[in-house]
Design a protein around this ligand. Structure first.
Ligand code: AMP
Length: 432
C-alpha cells in the first residue's frame, strides 16, 4: 500500500515524501482512512509504530479541508493532549513537519515554559493546540484560550496520562469542548482504565489493535545481565567503552540516581547528560538536544523519558534499574528499534531485583535471554531463575520471597573467591 492510496492530499503527500517514508506503517494503513471518514478511534498501537503520523496526517487534512481563511483570529479546532512535555514538543514538531504546506497554525502548550509567551501565542489564534493537560487548564482558567470550537480531540499515550493522574484534568477539558466532535484515543496498552475512559470519551469507536497487547518490538534484541548492584556502574562503563557505543539511553528509577550515575559516567570519561523531572524545562531540552545531536553519548533518564521520545535510530537502551512496572519496561525498550530499525535493550539486574524480573517475564509471557559472560562474576542468574520463588507457601499461603535476597557466599562457586570486577576501560578501548 502507498500513502496515495490512503486518500491524503498532495500537500501532505509531499511533506511525507520529504521525510523519506515510502510505505505507510500498519497503524497508518488502518487508522488514516477511518479518521478521514470522521470515525472515532480507540487505537492500541505499539510504541514506535508511526502512530503520531497516523493521527496527525488525517487531522491536518480534515482541518485544511474545512478552513475559513477569513476567520481572525483562528479558533482552536483540534486539541492533542499528551502526558509529558517532551512528547507534546515532539508531536508539535510532527504537526509542523507534516503540515508545512498547509495554511494551518499550531501551538504547543506545556509546563516549564513561559506562560506569558504562551498567552500571547494563544490570543493570536491557532488551529491546533498540542498540550499537556495541567498547563492547558491553567490557560483555560485564565481565559487565554477557548475550547468551544474543538472539532477533533486526540489523547496520545492515554494509559500514561491516567498513570500520571491527569484524569480529573481530562474530565474538565471534556466538559469544555463540544459533545459533537471526533475523538481519537491512542494508547500503548489498553488496560481497563483506558477502556473506561474510552467509553466516556468516544462515540461508537472503531478499535484498531496493531500489536499484541504488552508486546515489545520484534526487532529489539533484549538481554539480561545478572550483576551485583555495586558493580552495575562499572559494567555499564565497560559495555559502552568496549563496544564503542555512541548513543545509549540509560534508565534509572530515581532522579537522585540519575544525577549520581551521570557524574560517575563522566568521571569514567563518558560524555553523559541526565534528564529527569527535577530539572528545569531548559535543562531538560538541553540534555535531550545534546543527546540527539551526539554531543553526549549517554542520556541517563528517569521514566519521564520512557514515553514518547523519538530519537532516530537509537541503537541502545539500558535498564540500569528495572522499572517500577512491567508496562514501563515495554515503553523504555520501545525507545529503540523504532520504525523498523533494530535495537539492543539491556537490563542490568541485581539479586534484589529478581522478583521484579520474574514479574516482568510473567507479564511478557517469555523469558528474556540471560548473558552470563559479562567479564564479571555472574552473581545470581541461578537465583533469579529459581522457578518456584513466587509460588505460595503451601502451609501459609503467602508468597515466598526468600530467593529475592542477595545470595550468600554459598551460592558462589565452591572453592572459588568471587571475582573482583576489573576497572572499566575507557571508551573506545578494546575488550581486554
Ligand atoms: P511514532 O510511533 O509516531 O513515535 O513514530 C516512530 C518513528 O517512525 C518516527 O521516527 C517517525 O518519523 C517514523 N515514521 C513514521 N511513519 C513512518 C513511515 N511510514 N515510514 C517510516 N518511518 C516512519
Amino acid at each position: 500500500m502507498t500513502f496515495q492510496q490512503l486518500g491524503l492530499s498532495e500537500a501532505l503527500l509531499n511533506a511525507v515524501a520529504e521525510q523519506g517514508y515510502t510505505t505507510p506503517t500498519p497503524v497508518q494503513q488502518k487508522t488514516i482512512p477511518l479518521i478521514l471518514e470522521g470515525k472515532d478511534i480507540l487505537a492500541g498501537a505499539q510504541t514506535g509504530t508511526g502512530k503520531t503520523a497516523s493521527f496527525t496526517l488525517p487531522l491536518l487534512q480534515l482541518l485544511a479541508e474545512d478552513i475559513d481563511l477569513h476567520q481572525m483570529p483562528r479558533r482552536v479546532r483540534a486539541l492533542i493532549l499528551t502526558p509529558t512535555r517532551e512528547l507534546a514538543q515532539q508531536v508539535y514538531e510532527s504537526v509542523q513537519t507534516y503540515g508545512k504546506y498547509l495554511p494551518l497554525q499550531s501551538e504547543v502548550i506545556v509546563g516549564g515554559a513561559s506562560v506569558s509567551v504562551q498567552r500571547r501565542n494563544l490570543r493570536r489564534g491557532c488551529d491546533i493546540v498540542v498540550a499537556t493537560p495541567g498547563r492547558l487548564m491553567d490557560h483555560v482558567m485564565q481565559r487565554h484560550v477557548n475550547l468551544s470550537s474543538i472539532q477533533i480531540l486526540v489523547l496520545d499515550e492515554a494509559d500514561r496520562m491516567l498513570d500520571m493522574g491527569f484524569l480529573p484534568d481530562i474530565r474538565r477539558i471534556m466538559g469544555l469542548i463540544p459533545k459533537q466532535r471526533q475523538s481519537l484515543l491512542f494508547s500503548a496498552t489498553v488496560a481497563s482504565g483506558v477502556k473506561q475512559l474510552a467509553v466516556q470519551l468516544l462515540n461508537n469507536p472503531i478499535s484498531v489493535d496493531i500489536a499484541k497487547q504488552n508486546a515489545t518490538a520484534d526487532n529489539v534484541s533484549e538481554k539480561v545481565y545478572g550483576i551485583d548492584r555495586e558493580y552495575k556502574r562499572e559494567l555499564l562503563s565497560y559495555l559502552i567503552g568496549s563496544n564503542n557505543w555512541q548513543q545509549v539511553l540509560v534508565f534509572v528509577r530515581t532522579k537522585h540516581g540519575a544525577d549520581r550515575l551521570e557524574k560517575q559516567l563522566i568521571s569514567d570519561g563518558i560524555r553523559t547528560a541526565a534528564l529527569h523531572g527535577d530539572k528545569t524545562q531548559g535543562a531538560r531540552n538541553k540534555a535531550l538536544d545534546a543527546f540527539k545531536t551526539g554531543k553526549v553519548a549517554v542520556l541517563v533518564a528517569t521514566d519521564i523519558a520512557a514515553r514518547g521520545l523519538d530519537i532516530d535510530d537509537l541503537p541502545h537502551v539500558v535498564n540500569f534499574d528495572l522499572p517500577q512496572t512491567p508496562e514501563d519496561y515495554v515503553h523504555r525498550i520501545g525507545r529503540t528499534g523504532r520504525a523498523g530499525a533494530s535495537g539492543i535493550a539491556i537490563s542490568l539486574v541485581c539479586p534484589e531485583e529478581a522478583y521484579a524480573l520474574s514479574e516482568l517475564e510473567s507479564f511478557l509471557k517469555r523469558q528474556i535471554p540471560r548473558v552470563a559472560d559479562t567479564g564479571y562474576e555472574p552473581v545470581s542468574l541461578k537465583v533469579m531463575d529459581a522457578p518456584k520463588k513466587h509460588l505460595p507457601n503451601k502451609t501459609t499461603g503467602k508468597k515466598d520471597f526468600r530467593h529475592t535476597k542477595k545470595p550468600s557466599s554459598k551460592t558462589q562457586k565452591s572453592g572459588s573467591e568471587p571475582r573482583k570486577p576489573q576497572r572499566a576501560p575507557r571508551r573506545g578501548s578494546k575488550r581486554p
